[in-house]
Write a protein that binds this ligand. Sequence first.
Ligand SMILES: [Zn+2]
Length: 806
Amino acid sequence: MGAPTTPATTGTPPRPIPGVPPASRALTRPRRRFVAAAAALVALAAVGAGSLLDLRTPAPKSAAAPVGEFSAGRAYEDVQVIAARSHVAGSPANEQVRAHLEQKLRGLGLETEVQDTVAPEAGQLSGAAGGATLARVRNVVARLPGTASTGRVFLVSHYDSVQTGPGGNDDAAGTSTILEVARALTTGPRPRNDIVFVLTDAEEACLCGAAAFAASHPLAADGGVVLNLEARGSTGPVIMFETSRNNAKLVDVFGRAAPHPVGTSFAVEIYRALPNDTDFTAFLDQKFVGLNSAYIDGGAIYHTPLDAPAAMDRGSLQQHGDNALGLAREFGGTDLTDLRSGHDATYFPVPGGLVRYPGWLTLPLALLAVALVGVLGWLTRRSGRASTGRLAAGFALALVPIVAAPVAAQLLWLAITTIRPGYAELLDPYRPIWYRLAVLALATAILFTWYALTRRRIGPAALAVGGLAWLALLGVLLAVAVPGGAYLTTVPALAGALGGLVALRTRQTGPWPVVAVTAAAAVGVVILLPTVVLLFPALGMAMGGVAALVAVLLGLVALPVVDLLHPQAGGQRGLLALRARRLAVLPAGAAAVATVVLAGVGLGVDRFDAAHPAPTHLMYAMDAGTGQARWLSHESDPQPWTDGYVDGVTDVGDDFPGLGDGQLRAGPAQSANLPAPKLEVVADATAGGERTLRLRLTPQRAARLATLHVDTSTATVLRADVAGRSVPVEPRAGKWGFGLVFHAPPAEGVEVTLTVRPIAGQVTLRAMDASDGLDALPGFRPRPPAVGVVGSHSSEMLAVARTYPI
Ligand SMILES: [Zn+2]
């Protein structure tokens, strides 16, 4: 198709592009620019590929690997035993897992025991909605005594699973890793320090096992170094994502001794802001130091029936084991008396290792970046590449893609979830790669469009300086607010400013300006590309905007390289100029088309089927006193299958305070012949206006948890004692102003002593227990193949409650 001509392009000579001084003729010739662009892009692609290859998991070692090494093949044999079926705390299946663990550790000649106790939850967690939370726990603890111990190293994972799945990854990964690490350690010379293997119970319920160990086990009395191993998905690199405070010395050991050290101080900051918790929290509460590691990609199966051994990426298991063994040996031989430093480290992965520098450097570096970008702007203006006005406009306009890309990414996900509402209940889609690429294409389209629109008016130099100025300023903000994340923008801004200064000061006809800006962009790629790749699984597609933001920041660092993709219209006339301008919108157009295509492929490829079911959430709750029963769901936009059970949102907090979640969708259900937990009065005494009730709460079924609530309009609870330990009396909102939740109740029941000040004649109590599995209930229709179970602690819960006036 021939190019149409217009007076504007044929008659008048084109305006020169501001920011391109007459000296830089070299890159005004299209062929030269094309060669430079191609060379720069190949170099950046190679650097990017190197960064991403560095995040790959190691090849799993077979069961025939040397005895001193960690073998994913050997560890996987334990995964199959541990995760043969769901084994929630207190269940017979969990007893079998525990027996296996004890037998394996004893078989290694380790001092092995079971810590059997009742413990409150660690910290104040989400489980607290129902009231004060406790559990009966049985931790498996084994010790490899050191030759001249300076402290203790604890390898920690939880052996219980959720009720909805077998925990093939979460946390059979950590538990089988610890068994295999223990085996490898016993084959070599004894370490200098004690190494303690702690396989905790009831992590899923309330972190109660870890809390019990950290607070009251004799081996925990002097603290020590904790290495906690987790999995929140099925694949991907093992990321060291959480540390104790003042982590510089620990991070240094991690960088030195872990064979595949993937971790960033930014993840630590993100994790502190997220409402997640692991056993590690319980140890931090007790002033241990340590590192917390997990692989997190493949999050769609998290806590679901699909989290089976077969779903596990054994490369991730190998990385868990290689790192845990390397760290256990290193901490096992180090003087542990002083592992705390006065500061947190900044650290991030680069090909071949872990860069780390002291956290106190973050603010000075951030300020240096601002200063250098300022110098670059001043020299740019002095060299005639941009006026003060254009520099100001470049700075203002660079904010546009920084804001637009994350917003657009969030809107894209909104559109995709509107088409496929089942995504709302998933941590991440089953096959997220297409959507992740779509977000990156979208960020690219926005950056390129913005650049094509602003470049002629503002000029490449002013826009590049403007972009770097935002990175440098963000670095200062981060250094103050989340210091561990400041390197993300500070280091690329420093590199960009230095690259710009070199480009300005070298001969414009030679290759050095292009080499300098490409090298600066490469620094941005090394730092920001792994961040983008790790952010997707860390936050899920629902927060894909964060990855889009980081992608745009990377694009701004690489702006001088992006500029090479734009044919220089300034030196040409007429048709050539028009063609040049058309070519300028090509990358933007291509990225926009790619966004649509990738999102479409995602929707086409990632359909729900039997192997990738649409998650649904259903519970059953019955009042044994009235016989009234209900189906309940926490789905906000119910799937068709769930819709067959529930209607509108109802407040069930008054009937089932033990669920801890009042606003649920509810629908009528048939009454089942199920007994409520028995509440017996063991003793009842009144003295000085205070009534002391000794009660025994005994589930009449195989219950996962039992709850007890007091109607505080009938009595004020003054003190509460559960299984001999006092629990905090914290008022709850609503009718049932006091409550407690007990996980894994023993068959003989739980003794609760309440001291109350009566208000009415009788105290009204409500007892509830909950088991799992809806299949046997009247009116339940099994799910069709493409319908699955939401990975939630209340999925498939069957609750029976009853009111007892006493
Ligand atoms: Zn879990």
